[in-house]
Design a protein around this ligand. Structure first.
Ligand code: DGT
Ligand code: CA
Ligand code: CA
Ligand code: ZN
Length: 577
């Protein structure tokens, strides 16, 4: 059991306490579970390893006392926690789904449940639409409107998973399948291979000697909740985390054609099939053929070549001009993970990060990075322990001191400065000029009307110290829509001022989106791909940022943090004299 699975149970316990408010000490207890949840999520060792090691104790995890340690032990040993199960018996499971709605916390869930008898997202939607929310304490016309929007987002997200969840699940299953000697190749296809920001189901293609044996092994995976279908060459299951996985067992000789077919997208496949038809050929998961004769099927390259096309990277296969580009030999040479030379958004223990400047720098160096930019939060972001002027000045000194300890990497002093509601920045120019690079972003009042938000962003970009615009649209994948503003106008202003747009690679954000990044490229703009790391492990998230950049057709030259340090600095907005 991973820390995050334990944390998820604790978080649910805290939420259930806040919704039920039965326990006389619920505020106190819920706070303890919240604390343990956060600390488990950030803890760099597995709780399970601590538990196994006779010299260690679970109470070494901050915020975990004897009582919670016993619950963690129970979870590790049995996969369940009795206390949690008892609580779940008292409320319908569907009530907890309300918490996934943007802007709805346990207090509101309690209110809707108690006052309106709401037990599910469906119930809530009916109640809102019938105007039954009006008159409830703290509910205005505006909150009704926000709820309707949240309901819409929820429905669109239903049944989809974040890219990182899909990636990690695929890796776990791949490792499991490979325990079997009979298994040769395991390749994730579908939307995961194309690097889409969300994934509906996993499509895994497998080759190997004994299909029946492999199918049997897979259906016994401990994460399987339900077997949806099992045939000779295909097994579909639903995992306990709700994700559907389709495993297809294939023959080597037609692997390329099947990989192409199941990678999709559907639109790309349709366009290729149309091409095949024009030649009098047929394209299917079994190969490209002319009558009885197979023209190509072993590798993707062979199939594309037969069409007179260069091999098309999966991220481009959306029928967005890639086939035409392949035909003309004009496919972009997409940026790769290994091109990235540094990370330009990260947090340390000074604000809400889990590691020191030195630890982040050492970890970055180990990855072969040449520079990092430390960007702790400014004071307005109180929930992230943002730094006031005095602490920010201390942080700059701390960063300078780290340079003496960790050599052979540039450690730049920066900040993620909040853009206030009126477009002013959270720090004075006097402080801003002391940073090497200032990144700005919005974390508050995200619901303002489009015109106001546009004006707010334009005003922020005018500040001469601003050099990077962080997570420009504020969205959170499957949770929060981008805020409303005039994207074209803001891009134009950023270009004029020489402010670089960030592609925040955290899979919770992927902000800018692939579509917006492609727009930026079309407008002749460069981007910076960052991870927003709060822990050295988060540097790995760069892979998702790069995937998104590739989906936007970006080449190495389009991404500024592929440059060596001096060239990168020279490419940023010049600092005021
Ligand atoms: P997802 O799972 O919703 O994130 O998206 P995909 O792209 O993984 O779609 P999925 O799982 O329904 O199918 C996997 C691939 O199989 C898809 O990308 C293309 C291919 N495919 C599925 N259904 C069709 C179809 O009706 N026509 C064609 N041409 N290809 C299909
Ligand atoms: Ca899929
Ligand atoms: Ca599928
Ligand atoms: Zn931020």
């Amino acid at each position: 059991m991973e820390n995050r699975d334990i944390a998820a149970v604790f978080e649910e316990i805290a939420n259930l306490m806040k919704i039920m408010q039965e326990d006389p000490k619920w505020t106190f207890k819920a706070a303890a579970y919240d604390r343990a949840t956060r600390s488990l999520e950030g803890f760099h060792e597995r709780a399970e390893d601590l538990e196994r090691d006779p010299r260690r104790k679970l109470t070494e995890i901050p915020g975990v006392g004897e009582d919670l340690a016993a619950k963690i032990k129970e979870l590790i040993e049995t996969g369940k926690c009795q206390y949690h199960q008892e609580m779940l018996k008292k409320v319908p499971r569907s009530l907890l789904e309300l918490l996934q709605l943007q802007g709805v916390g346990p207090q509101k869930v309690r209110l809707f449940h108690k006052e309106l008898g709401v037990n599910s997202v469906d119930d809530l939607e009916k109640a809102v639409k019938a105007g039954r929310l009006r008159g409830l304490p703290g509910m205005s016309a505006k909150s009704e409107e926000n709820l309707l929007k949240a309901l819409e987002t929820f429905q669109r997200a239903a049944g989809r998973f974040r890219l990182d969840t899909a990636y990690e699940t695929a890796q776990m299953i791949e490792a499991y399948l490979k325990q079997l000697n009979e298994v040769e190749q395991v390749t994730p296809a579908g939307s995961l291979r194309r690097g889409r920001e969300t994934v509906g189901d996993l499509d895994l293609l497998v080759t190997g000697r004994d299909h029946a044996r492999i199918a049997e092994h897979f259906s016994k995976h401990p994460g399987v909740d339900q077997i949806l279908g099992k045939g000779e060459d295909k097994v579909s299951v639903k995992l306990k985390n709700g994700m559907q996985v389709d495993v297809r067992l294939l023959e080597e000789e037609a692997y390329g054609a099947a990989l192409m077919y199941f990678t999709g997208s559907k639109e790309h496949n349709i366009a290729l099939r149309e091409r095949a038809r024009k030649h009098g050929w047929k394209l299917s998961e079994y190969g490209l053929s002319e009558g009885e004769k197979i023209l190509a099927r072993r590798t993707e390259e062979e199939v594309y070549k037969k069409f007179g096309l260069a091999w098309i990277p999966p991220e481009l296969r959306e029928d967005q001009g890639e086939i035409e580009a392949a035909e003309k030999g004009e496919l972009p040479r997409l940026v790769e993970l290994k091109d990235i030379k540094g990370d330009l958004q990260m947090h340390t223990t000074a604000s809400d990060g889990k590691a020191s400047v030195e630890e982040m720098a050492e970890a970055a160096k180990k990855r072969g990075y040449q520079y990092i930019l430390i960007t702790d939060h400014s004071k307005a972001v109180t929930i992230a322990n943002g730094l006031d002027e005095k602490r920010a000045a201390e942080n700059i000194r701390r960063i300078h001191a780290a340079r003496k300890k960790v050599k052979d990497i540039e450690i730049w002093a920066g900040a993620e400065v909040d853009i206030m509601g009126d477009g002013k920045l959270d720090y004075s120019d006097e402080l801003l000029r002391q940073f090497d690079i200032v990144l700005v972003s919005v974390h508050s009042r995200m619901n303002m009307p489009a015109e106001e938000m546009t004006a707010r962003l334009l005003k922020a970009l005018e500040n001469p110290y601003v050099r990077i615009l962080g997570h420009p649209t504020g969205r959170q994948i499957l949770r929060r829509d981008p805020f409303q503003f005039d994207v074209e106008k803001v891009f134009e202003a950023a270009k004029k001022h020489g402010v670089i747009l960030e592609l925040n690679g955290n899979p919770d954000r992927l902000d800018l989106s692939d579509r917006h990044v492609r727009l930026a490229k079309e407008r002749g703009m460069k981007v910076i791909i960052s991870t927003d790391a709060h822990h050295p492990d988060h540097f790995d998230l760069m892979r998702y940022g790069v995937l998104t950049a590739r989906r936007a057709w970006l080449e190495k030259k389009d991404v500024l943090n592929t440059l060596p340090p001096a060239k990168l600095l020279a490419a940023l907005r010049p600092l005021p004299k």
